[in-house]
Ligand binder design. Structure first.
Ligand code: 1CP
Length: 353
């Protein structure tokens, strides 16, 4: 049944199942979307992106609109996520950075000293007209389907700036954090400001929810996270908290950090597949909804396994105040898009009220 003919389903994104689940309100069925739902798993994405670099694509409002809509049309997901990247605010501010196919963001001159931190350019919101145009066009096209805006959290952006590119251990980042506490604090402060600016522009243009990606925060001990990272993520949430737009906070491998992350200021805590949602609900506490947490690798397995795991996640999600079904991290490029469509249908069927 479409939103137009179903009396329970709302015709406005601000009262959609996604927004309602984020606030812990009753829903018509569990909302579902997938991190990296737009991207290499879709042949129509590969066709549209052919010949255009990732950073150029992110700054072209027509391409952003079309790529963002593709998974909504194909899978019937309950939310769109803006096609962009967490490093875009750095690029717009003037950091020399490229997104290399098959690698990720690569920084020409990594941040290695206190002087490098002070030389980092700040994001000027007047350079984000392309973003405003893309969000407005999407809000018009999406009708009742909510659009999620996003930004990278200060710590995760700092890992790219300091390491110079993707990394596993984030050892240089941690070394800088320990060796240069004052410069670390200035770096995190700048990145928090730029994340808040990037989110505010998307909120002004009409997104219905925002997600702060602190993908790599799980490499930290709880003590370091609390003292050296959490205050700056909290600053981002406080800076945008004047607006009644639900806020999602996501990281990978954050099981031990969940009580702290639950306290940073978001309405929804994103959880990866390493801990079950009922346990995550206990750690996060009663005042937050959860998002997650199917292992993306499960989508490469046989249909019976997919169905069993989806059912388990939906069941365990009932322990949370509200549940937004998602993967524990992004869609893997080899995923059969047909399986994603099937998961959307199954989650809806299992949770229909
Ligand atoms: O559909 C969507 O989810 C929206 C698009 C989106 C999002 C939300 C992209 C497009 N990037 C992001 C966020 C992002 N970018 C994160 C947070 C989410 C996560 O944890 O996956 C991170 C860590 C990045 C950094 C990044 N950009 C990586 C990861 C590298 C690493 O450290 O392992 C990569 C590969 C990119 C490039 C990128 N971003 C998006 C796409 C479709 C691509 C691939 C483009 C290409 O290869 O040409």
């Amino acid at each position: 049944m479409s939103a137009a003919t179903d009396p329970i389903r709302s015709a406005v994104p601000s009262d959609s199942d996604l927004v309602r689940a984020a606030r812990g309100l009753p829903v018509s069925r569990t909302p579902v979307w997938f991190m990296r739902q737009a991207g290499r798993s879709l042949p129509e994405y590969r066709a549209l992106r052919a010949g255009t670099g990732m950073l150029a694509a992110c700054q072209d409002p027509d391409l952003v609109t079309e790529i963002t809509l593709q998974p909504v049309r194909r899978h019937g997901v309950d939310a769109a996520i803006l096609f962009s990247d967490i490093v875009l605010p750095l690029v717009v501010a003037g950091v020399d950075l490229d997104i290399k196919p098959g690698v990720g963001p690569v920084i020409a001159q990594p941040v290695r000293t206190a002087a490098d931190v002070d030389a980092l350019p700040l994001l000027d919101p007047s350079h984000l007209d392309f973003l405003t145009t893309a969000v407005r066009s999407l809000v018009g096209e999406l009708g009742p389907t909510p659009l999620i805006g996003f930004a990278g959290a200060p710590f995760t952006l700092a890992t790219y700036l300091i390491e110079g590119g993707p990394s596993k251990e984030h050892a240089r980042t941690k070394a800088f954090m320990y060796a240069e506490p004052a410069a670390w604090s200035r770096l995190m402060e700048r990145l928090a400001l730029s994340a808040a600016t990037f989110l505010r522009v998307q909120m002004d243009a009409g997104v219905s929810a925002v997600q702060l990606f602190d993908s790599w925060a799980g490499v930290l001990s709880a003590a370091d996270y609390e003292a050296r990272v959490l205050p700056y993520s909290r600053e981002v949430f406080e800076a945008i908290g004047f607006r009644d737009v639900p806020r999602i906070h996501f990281g990978v491998g954050t099981g031990e950090l969940l009580p702290l992350i639950g306290d940073a200021g978001a309405d929804v805590v994103g959880v990866d597949w390493r801990i079950p949602l009922d346990e995550a609900a206990r750690r996060v506490g009663p005042g937050r909804s959860l998002q997650g947490n199917l292992d993306p690798a499960v989508l490469l397995a046989d249909r019976a396994t997919v169905d069993r795991e989806v059912r388990r996640v939906v069941e365990q999600g009932r322990a949370a105040r509200g549940h937004v079904f998602n993967l524990g991290h992004g869609v893997l490029p080899d995923t059969d898009p047909g399986v994603l469509t099937h998961v959307v249908e199954l989650v809806h069927e299992l949770s229909a009220r």
